[in-house]
Design a protein around this ligand. Structure first.
Ligand code: ADP
Length: 428
């Protein structure tokens, strides 16, 4: 399907028109000469009649040409209205207004940036090289119906773009309205990324749940079969089953916490809470783990309460994750320091520092991604779900805080949770 060719009288070739007029004039001349030879008309009258016929044969050419040139003007430049140009210029997304032949009438700055080859009064298809755009454009021009197309733009970076072509009636300089085409482009990349992340998340979550589930059903089969009458094996298998069930429960717990925090991400907590008893409660709760791993936990907290606007339950979860990680992954350092500093104006910082193996720099930017683990086997053997730091990040986001991670391999890791000071919070 080709883009509409201009179909006007002006397109009729000159040689055709000349032939038709010449035939008319020859026939007229022959007829007049017969009438003159019969003596029915004087030569003078015959010449006058011939001239009238010649004029009559030539005038339609001029009329056609005038109509054609008017049509041409309408087609190339149908809109003199500054308002239409202003609407196109004011659209936030790239927008291009085309005439019915696909020629650019107006384009905004965003469109010029998207396709620098677009020029006014030139065919858009020469500037937009994507086959999906050209097909949609041709179909829309041919049918005057709206069309959509999605395509991958590679310059300057890979982006998924959606093109929407909408026929719009636009007032012409001659009154009435001309059917033009409004092309708008929308960047779909963020939406696609979210979709991909959601799909990855579902795949990861089901994989994480399926593994302990498969282990559980395997042991149930064994207990019903060979190990039925073996009390020793039964005892051992029940222990493993208990661990797997705990792992599943932890995972479900973390998933639910994550979705709860995400749901309320836009609602900033407004209850004032003192951080000191929260940190102490978490440290007390993790004392058995610290003893088991032979890690000395040093708590450096100020004497006066440190208030922030926060959600107590979420803060308990946050510090539990950070201190538990330090005890699990940094146990070899034998020491964990938990300290709180407040500069009184900007931020309250809670630092959890261990002296374990640390984390290689290439992992640091990805640590807060869901299910991201430096060593999957290590994390699983420690009962980890890969969701802990993601939860920490989301809780901090909800508190309008931030997480800083510093680590030097073989010298340990430091996780710093920063919260806005109450004073700053009430001012903002
Ligand atoms: P997990 O449930 O696996 O502990 P997290 O999101 O809490 O998941 O942590 C992600 C990964 O970050 C862990 O698997 C571990 O590899 C690494 N990590 C977290 N804290 C520390 C730490 N203090 N020292 C070394 N590695 C750590």
């Amino acid at each position: 399907m080709a883009i509409d060719a201009p179909s006007s009288a002006a397109a009729q070739p000159w040689s055709d028109r000349l032939r038709h007029s010449t035939i008319i004039l020859i026939v007229a001349a022959l007829a007049l000469s017969v009438v003159v030879s019969l003596g029915e008309l004087s030569v003078l009258h015959a010449v006058a009649v011939f001239l009238c016929i010649a004029v009559a044969a030539l005038i339609p050419w001029r009329l056609h040409d005038a109509a054609a040139s008017r049509d041409e003007t309408r087609r190339i430049n149908p809109v003199e209205s500054a308002a239409v140009a202003a609407v196109v210029a004011g659209m936030p997304d790239p927008a291009v207004l085309l005439d019915r032949a696909g020629r650019v009438i107006h384009l905004n700055a965003a469109a010029a940036q998207l396709a620098p080859a677009l020029r006014r009064n030139e065919l858009a298809q020469f500037a937009l090289r994507s086959p999906e755009i050209i097909t949609a454009l041709r179909e829309s021009i041919a049918t005057t119906e709206p069309r959509r197309a999605t395509y991958l733009d590679h310059v300057p970076v890979d982006r998924w773009m959606e093109l929407i072509i909408t026929p719009v009636p636009v007032p012409t300089s001659f009154g009435g309205a001309d059917k033009c085409m409004l092309m708008t482009f929308h960047d779909q990349t963020p939406l696609r990324r979210v979709e991909e992340m959601r799909a990855d998340f579902v795949a990861n979550a089901s994989h994480e749940l399926r593994t302990p589930l498969a282990a559980l059903s395997g042991f149930i089969d064994t207990l019903q079969g060979q190990a039925k009458d073996d009390p020793k094996a039964r005892e051992r298998f029940l222990g493993i089953m208990h661990n797997q069930a705990t792992r599943m429960a932890r995972l479900i717990d973390d998933l639910l916490s994550l979705s709860r925090v995400e749901l309320s991400a836009h609602v900033r907590p407004d209850t004032l809470v003192d951080l000191l008893p929260i940190i102490r409660q978490v440290a007390d709760g993790l004392e058995p783990l610290a003893r088991e791993r032979q890690v000395e936990v040093e708590i450096n907290l100020p004497d006066t309460p440190v208030m922030i606007a926060g959600d107590r339950e979420e803060l308990l979860r946050l510090f539990e994750n950070l201190i538990e990680n330090a005890l699990k992954y940094g146990a070899s350092g034998g020491r964990v320091i938990v300290s709180l500093t407040s500069d009184g104006t900007q931020e309250v910082r809670v630092m959890v520092r261990d002296f374990g193996p640390g984390i290689a720099p290439e992992h640091l930017p990805r640590l807060t991604e869901r299910f991201y683990r430096v060593d999957v086997g290590d994390s699983r053997s420690q009962g980890g779900t890969g969701l802990g730091l993601s939860l920490v990040k989301h809780i901090l986001n909800r508190h309008r805080g931030r997480l800083l991670i510093e680590s030097v391999p073989r010298q340990g890791a430091t996780f710093i949770a920063c919260f806005p000071q109450v004073k700053t919070l009430t001012q903002s």
